[in-house]
Write a protein that binds this ligand. Structure first.
Ligand code: 5GP
Ligand code: MG
Ligand code: MG
Length: 181
């Protein structure tokens, strides 16, 4: 375990098992279709990579980078497009892949945007859900794990651009962000 991690919340094995389950379920739901999977950068990268490899169908991959968080642990409430899709959304079946839904502001912004761009359908899969943080009226179609209202890192999730590469989800030791806020 990394020295900055206080404890592991979800193990690598639990994540891998869940990705297999979700990927297979999505493959069934999109059977006969050619969905456009949209990974929300950068946090969804490992999850997207693992989940699509269990989808035994044709699936197109694209990425979007939006930011609603600064380098700290609190939401700024603002959503800005850092990188837009390369693909035209009109008439497509979209699968938005997220790392975590907290306030829901990022996702409700994206869903509105894709509706405006005339997507045929929109589904959301998130690895983690923090229901206690929600301010926007939005929910995922598929959720990997519910997490408590604690700041988590690993498996795509960062603190100050670190820890995304950890294969598990964990909680940081307090001293790591004590001096920063
Ligand atoms: P929302 O717009 O739903 O409040 O926030 C979504 C984004 O905030 C996530 O994609 C993620 O980047 C960041 N975020 C929310 N909660 C956490 C957390 O517990 N840990 C980390 N590392 N990022 C979080
Ligand atoms: Mg995200
Ligand atoms: Mg972040």
């Amino acid at each position: 375990m990394h020295k900055d991690i206080k404890h592991i919340l979800i193990t690598e094995e639990e994540i891998q098992e869940k990705c297999k389950e979700l990927g297979r379920q999505l493959a069934e739901e999109y059977d006969g279709k050619f969905p456009l999977a949209i990974g929300v950068l950068k946090g969804a990268m490992p999850f997207m990579s693992d989940i699509v490899r269990h989808m035994d169908i044709h699936v197109e991959l694209d990425f979007m980078d939006v930011s609603s968080y600064g380098s700290g642990t609190k939401s700024s409430g603002e959503v800005k497009i850092v990188k837009d899709l390369d693909t035209k959304v009109e008439g497509r079946d979209l699968l938005i892949i997220e790392d975590i839904i907290d306030s829901g502001l990022t996702l409700s912004y994206l869903v509105d945007l894709f509706k405006y761009r005339k997507a045929n359908s929109i589904k959301i899969v998130t690895l983690l859900n923090k229901p206690s943080g929600r301010t926007a009226a939005i929910s995922a179609d598929l959720v990997g794990f519910e997490v408590p209202n604690e700041f988590v890192v690993g498996y795509g999730l960062d603190y100050d651009q670190r820890y995304r590469n950890l294969p598990y989800i964990g909680v940081l030791k307090e001293e790591i962000y004590q001096d920063k806020e």
